[in-house]
Structures are given as C-alpha cells and as structure tokens.
Write a protein that binds this ligand. Sequence first.
Ligand code: ATP
Ligand code: LTN
Length: 336
Amino acid sequence: MDAPKKRIFSGIKPSGNLTLGSYIGAIKNWVALQDEYDCLYCVVDMHAITVRQDPALLRRRTLEQLAQYIACGLDPERNIMYIQSHVPAHAELSWVLGCYTMFGELSRMTQFKDKSRKNADNINAGLFTYPVLMAADILLYQADLVPVGEDQKQHVEIARDIANRFNNVYSQTFTLPEPFIPKTGARVMSLADPMSKMSKSEQDGDGCICLLDKPDDIMRAFKRAVTDSETCVRFDKENKPGVSNLMTIYSAATGKSFEDIENEFAGRGYGDFKAAVGESVVELLRPVREKTEDLLKNKDYLEQIYTEGARRAAFLASKTLDKVYRKVGFVKQPRI
Ligand code: ATP
Ligand code: LTN
C-alpha cells in the first residue's frame, strides 16, 4: 500500500485583492503541490479583521478570493477549500495555544512591528496574537508543510516552536510544520518601489498588479516600472532591484531561467524588456480573470464548495482539538 500523503495547510487573508505577489509567492506553489500532498487551502477571514475592514467588502472579497483560488487551478475535489470562520476549532485551539506562547516571542514578530507602525491607531490584541491563530490553523491539521512567501517564514517557525513546546510538556500531539518557500519569487517587490514588498493592503497605484487587473492596466504598470540608469538586463538584487524584480516575475510567468532572460534581452533596451514582462503577465492572468468572473456568476456553486470544505476540515480539526482538550485536562464535553 502507498504511504499516506503528507499534509499541507496554507491560507491568505482577504484583506485586499490578491496580487501577483500572492500568486507567485504562494498560490503558484499550492497548485504545483496539490497532486502530491493532501492539501487544505483556506480563506483566513479571522486574520483579516486584525486590521479594520469594511464588512460588506470583507464578505465580497472572501468569496472572490475563494473563486480566485479555483481560477488559479486549485481543484476543490482534490483539496479542502474553505473559509476559516466556518470552522470554530481554529479559534478554540488558538485560545489553548495562546497559553503556551510567550509575550516576549510575540513581541519579536516583524509583521506585528510592521503592522503596528502602519496602524498606530489600532494596535489591538488580535494583531499581537495573530501568530497564535496562524499556529492553530496549521497545527489543527497536523500539517507537514506550509507553502508561503518569505515574509511568513517567521510565523511558521513560531508555530513550530509552540508545537514543540506543547509536545514536550505533554506528549507527541502536533506534527512539526516546515515552511515551503519558492526559490524564485519568494518576495515580489512593488513595481513602483522595488525596495518594498508588493502588498495587497497597500496598493500603491502602478506598483501593484492584482490578479483581476485588465490587460491595459497591467501593460501600463509594467511600462512605468522603476528600473535603473543602465540599459543591461542582468540579475543583481543589490544594485539592480527593479530589473531583478522584473526578471523574477518574467521567470515565474514563463518558466525561463535568469540566464535565458539575460540572453534574450542582451543588447536590447529596457523598453522591449518591460513590454515582454507585461505581456507574459497579461497572458498568465487572462485565464484567471476570466474564470473568476465566471465563477462569481455562480454563487450556489461557491457555496457548495465552501460548505463541503468546512465539513471536511471540521472533521479533521475535531480529532486534534479533542486530543488537545484531553491532554490539558478539560473534562470530556457532554453532548449538548
Ligand atoms: P497584507 O498587505 O494584507 O498584509 P499581503 O499582500 O502581504 O497582505 P498576505 O495575505 O500576507 O499578503 O500573503 C499571502 C501569501 O502570499 C503569503 O504566503 C505571503 O507570504 C505571500 N506573499 C504576499 N505578498 C508577497 C510578495 N510580494 N512576494 C511573495 N510572496 C508574497
Ligand atoms: N499570516 C499569513 C496568512 C495565514 C497563513 C495561515 C498562511 C494565516 N494562517 C496558515 C499559512 C498558514 C499571511 O499574512 N499571509
């Protein structure tokens, strides 16, 4: 008999429209891993409210994001796809894990420091304990691998530390998860400012490409992309961050290596190069946009997907949560 497949968990918060960064850093890998692993892909709406959201917009984006997961190539038959707030075990495990997480270690999280700076008027407790909820997401399903962009590495590491601590206090309870980070595209930068990450909640006009952007807007953004004063297409992150970022995007969109790209554009100007990158992204995203638009016309189908997803996720989650409640000493829950 075949060995059981390893488990994968990942999620994205519906805090803005999905970007080329979310696609290249995370979703592209999810699609590649769906055959080989047993995967859960979640829309983590509970994480989104750590920053103030407009309720109607959050509801719309949550469904749009699920549709985009499918449009990017994730198969709802082969993967468990659902919405985080539909499975209460995430919040329940999060409380328990919070009691095994130190104030000091949460204070060191770079995302917390970064978001606190950007939302100085709303440094709420949820923002601080965000990594605990994320650890609950991962540990509930005994995930082996967590495919994310580089910015999330620290969060997967703290999930691992919390799991390890709990296992040492009691006995083996949680699988220790590992981050799975792409070799190219772990950090896609803004086209307008190649020193800062392309981010969905801070969409800086032409710096950010969204999965649902129209071809003309994509081409315009690439034509305006910041490069440098040389004219040579060469990968050098330190000295040529703009060009290197465009090469990363082109490589992810076409599968070409950096060497192939350097040869392709040897002796040609940045104008040609930027147009080629723009066109490759237009073609990459065209089917995603069209499929998403189709899926959003069929709300019943989406509801069926997330209902079935939540049912399957809740079943797996309850096994871990029961075990955890027993280990920490809670009285067995009566049927109520
Ligand atoms: P927000 O601006 O709301 O914090 P975000 O754009 O940073 O959101 P996330 O929801 O935090 O996006 O990330 C979703 C997934 O995509 C994560 O795995 C993250 O590592 C990855 N990701 C996001 N932006 C990028 C990027 N620019 N480059 C590579 N990976 C990215
Ligand atoms: N924190 C992540 C989103 C996220 C996640 C997760 C990713 C929440 N729970 C579990 C992987 C596994 C982010 O900001 N991108």
